[in-house]
Design a binder for this molecule. Structure first.
Ligand code: ADP
Ligand code: ADP
Length: 229
């Protein structure tokens, strides 16, 4: 039972760079996985392939029971739009829109009515029910990242991918955002895959996968006990 499975995935870029080299890994529903490794080890490439944002050179990616190789570009775009959530280090909120409008964007992009109840539910899930009318500039960094998480969750994605979500936050704010991700897994069985270089961040996950030179070289199954927080 997997939300996302990579089987023997290899990704080669131009000029002979092998970013991923025969990676096989699965992400089970309702689990929180951290991906760690040195700069250039293939973490971002793995996230992009696992999220259907990039196609591997070889191997298989299955998201939500669907083999990406069998999907046309249009179908892949729809799968990404409707079943995948993505958050970034840099929040990527639109500064002129309110929190509610930012959270409603994925619904608009999907041609759906930006259902206010759904949007408010999403904002409440990240503890920002009272901030719906605020613009990003009126919110702290941690609050902005929580709006970005609410936006990624509004379509009820099968998997939430996070690329260094605490990279721009101070230690206290990072802990709040990580605790929120933990709660989404524990209370709502959200599947989360997070790239991080921070051992404290990784200690919030259920499992840590280590990459080096495009290969998986180790896993840790009880990171909160093993990684010094
Ligand atoms: P990480 O996220 O661990 O820093 P990346 O996945 O970004 O690693 O990169 C893995 C390798 O692939 C690196 O050698 C990087 O330079 C290379 N790479 C990443 N993206 C591209 C690209 N678009 N074109 C060519 N090489 C790339
Ligand atoms: P493209 O076809 O150009 O890749 P997308 O709409 O698929 O356009 O993605 C545009 C950007 O938005 C990508 O960088 C992707 O990582 C990001 N993205 C995709 N899904 C979501 C989401 N649910 N929430 C926030 N950002 C997303």
């Amino acid at each position: 039972d997997v939300a996302v499975a990579l089987t023997s995935v290899t990704k080669q870029y131009a000029h002979g760079v092998t970013a991923l080299d025969d990676v096989t890994i699965g992400f089970a529903p309702g689990t929180f996985t951290a991906v760690m490794g040195p700069s250039g080890s293939g973490k971002s490439t793995m996230l992009q392939c696992a999220a259907g944002l990039d196609r591997p050179s070889a191997g298989q990616v299955v998201i939500d029971g669907r083999d990406l190789a069998t999907l046309k570009d249009r179908e892949l775009t729809l799968l990404r739009r409707d079943r995948i959530g993505f958050i970034f280090q840099s929040f990527n909120l639109l500064p002129s829109l309110t929190a509610e409008q930012n959270v409603g964007l994925p619904l608009r992009l999907a041609g759906r009515r930006p259902d206010r109840a759904l949007i408010r539910q999403s904002l409440a899930a990240v503890g920002l029910a009272e901030r719906g009318s605020h613009r990003p500039g009126e919110l702290s960094g941690g609050q902005q990242q929580r709006v970005a998480i609410a936006r990624a969750l509004v379509t009820r994605p099968a998997v939430l991918f996070a690329d260094e979500p605490t990279g721009a936050l101070d230690a206290n704010t990072s802990r709040q955002v990580l605790q929120l991700l933990r709660t989404l897994v524990d209370k709502h069985a959200q599947t989360i895959v997070m790239v991080t270089h921070d051992a404290v961040a990784a200690s919030y996950a259920d499992r840590v996968v280590f990459l080096a030179d495009g290969r998986v070289y180790g896993e840790l199954h009880d990171p909160s006990a093993e990684l010094v927080a």
